[in-house]
Write a protein that binds this ligand. Structure first.
Ligand code: ZN
Length: 495
């Protein structure tokens, strides 16, 4: 072998860590299971999945939990809409009827989820209406029960990390901002007014999240707090605000969210909620992007992940879809995009895809949700369009309770809809940590999953033990720490 070739081969061996252990055997088992949905479920439910980065906790709660708490708290319901109420009123029936009558309880479960096919109503309208029906149940459950259901379910499916859209403070400060938002003709003055609330906001969030750390950790039977990287499943929160509010309210809540994302360790990012095709969202989109652009530059450039392009021609004119995702990245500073379904309608699509690849803007894919709400699945979905352009993708649940799904099922759907290999699914799981908002350096060199940091070169072997250099790297980077946990979980799974 000529010396140069030998040196090159040696260097490659040093850097490119070969696949370890029984990856090939696991890939074989996967390929054999792929033709059958139950066999694939059986294989994938235990496969390590990295993270769920797009999870609305209220939508993660299953209808059965909602029904049980409604009965337990002696709520009432409207027999036409199945909306819950805490107080009796004319025409309402006691929730105890739901427990006695099987047909009625089935109808209730269909009304608060996508189960049953929602005849006479579009998936889009039925989906967004469910949330208004179960607000009293969410309040009655409280954050600890809601979080425990979502986190416990993910943990059982070998998920290492979650970024959850849930409340991150008691509401005292944000409700004040909601009721008395500042005038925003002069945005500098408006921000100065909101800044006065920041110390109280940060103190309130710290206390609120300390309580979740204690109580949810206890309920799940874990030792380390759920927001710690010592926990087998690590949680971060995303502050979410609606896009359907007037601009001054949007400004005040966005400023609050960005301050929390910049200063509170457990709040990883900010997102915006509510249907993009809602008349209020449609009218306010451009002014909201200007507000985000202004605040983001003033408030420490916090992490942003924004729903964008959850649209089709059925619910949106063409015009907004020509620039929705581009503006969300360029003005909204989104480092991740939620859904991105309408991408094909964007102006200069090749340029936008190149920009997403270069800036490493990932897309949070939500297959069950897109199928139920937008009727977009299989080759109607832009999954392969993004993939061919090397835009990073992650698989997520969105609203697993309402959609009657879970992260395993999202992997099953992706594998069967887009003919993915076991290695493809592993890379999707790795993407979910690589593009997470966990701080710190990555385990992978230049985002290349074949190249591990040399200090952790052995991490893909079962029974690997970290030496001092590896321990130092892991204590310096929360992201690397959780990525190492995922690689170890793969090694265990494939053993
Ligand atoms: Zn969403």
């Amino acid at each position: 072998m000529p010396t140069r070739t030998f040196l090159f081969a040696a260097a490659t061996l040093l850097w490119a860590v070969p696949a370890c252990c029984d990856e090939a055997a696991a890939a074989k088992r996967f390929a054999a299971a792929k033709g059958s949905e139950p066999e694939l479920i059986a294989f994938l439910k235990g496969m390590p999945k990295g993270a769920d980065l797009h999870n609305h906790v209220w939508g993660a709660v299953y209808g059965e939990t909602i029904l049980d708490i409604a009965v337990q708290r002696s709520f009432y319901f409207d027999p036409q809409t199945f909306a819950l109420s805490t107080a009796p009123a004319s025409g309402l029936l006691p929730a105890s009827d739901l427990a006695k009558d099987r047909a009625l309880s089935n109808k209730f479960l269909e009304a608060v989820s996508m189960r049953g096919g929602h005849p006479g109503e579009s998936g889009h309208d039925h989906f967004f209406a469910t949330f208004y029906k179960f607000i009293p149940a969410m309040d009655a459950l409280g954050p600890d029960a809601r979080l425990s259901e979502a986190i416990g379910r993910a943990k059982d499916q070998n998920v290492q990390y979650m970024e959850l859209m849930e409340e991150v403070e008691s509401g005292t400060v944000t409700e004040g901002l909601l009721k008395a938002p500042p005038a925003i003709d002069d945005m500098d003055q408006a921000l100065a007014a909101v800044r006065k609330k920041f110390p109280a906001l940060l103190a309130d969030a710290a206390k609120y999240l300390d309580e979740r750390d204690r109580e949810v950790t206890r309920r799940l039977g874990l030792k380390a707090p759920i927001t710690s990287v010592e926990s087998p499943i690590t949680i971060r929160y995303i502050f979410a605000l609606p896009r359907t509010v007037p601009d001054p309210v949007f400004f005040a809540l966005m400023a609050a969210g960005m301050e929390l994302a910049a200063k509170e360790r457990r709040v990883a990012a900010v997102n915006v909620l509510a249907p993009e095709d809602d008349p209020a969202s449609r009218k306010s989109f451009d002014s909201q992007m200007r507000i985000i652009d202004f605040l983001w530059n003033k408030l420490g450039q916090p992490n942003m992940t924004l729903h964008a392009g959850e649209l089709t021609l059925e619910i949106s004119p063409l015009e907004p879809m020509r620039s929705r995702i581009r503006k969300t990245i360029e003005l909204g500073h989104a480092r991740r995009i939620g859904h991105g379904v309408s991408i094909a309608w964007e102006d200069d699509l090749p340029g936008l895809l190149r920009e997403m690849k270069a800036k490493r803007v990932a897309v949070e894919i939500n297959l069950s949700s897109n199928e139920g709400i937008l009727k977009v699945s299989g080759d109607r979905h832009p999954f392969n369009l993004y993939r061919r352009a090397a835009v990073p993708l992650t698989l997520n649940t969105d609203d697993e309770g309402v959609n009657r799904s879970n992260l395993t099922m999202e992997y099953v759907k992706a594998a069967r809809s887009f003919d993915l290999s076991y290695q493809d699914l592993k890379d999707l799981a790795r993407n979910s940590l690589e593009y997470s908002f966990l701080p710190g350096a990555s385990l992978y060199v230049d985002g290349d999953y074949r190249r591990l940091r040399p200090e952790l070169a052995g991490v893909r072997h079962p029974g690997w033990g970290a030496d001092a250099a590896a321990r130092k790297l892991m204590s310096d980077s929360e992201k690397l720490r959780v990525q190492a946990r995922l690689e170890q979980a793969f090694a265990e799974f494939e053993k």
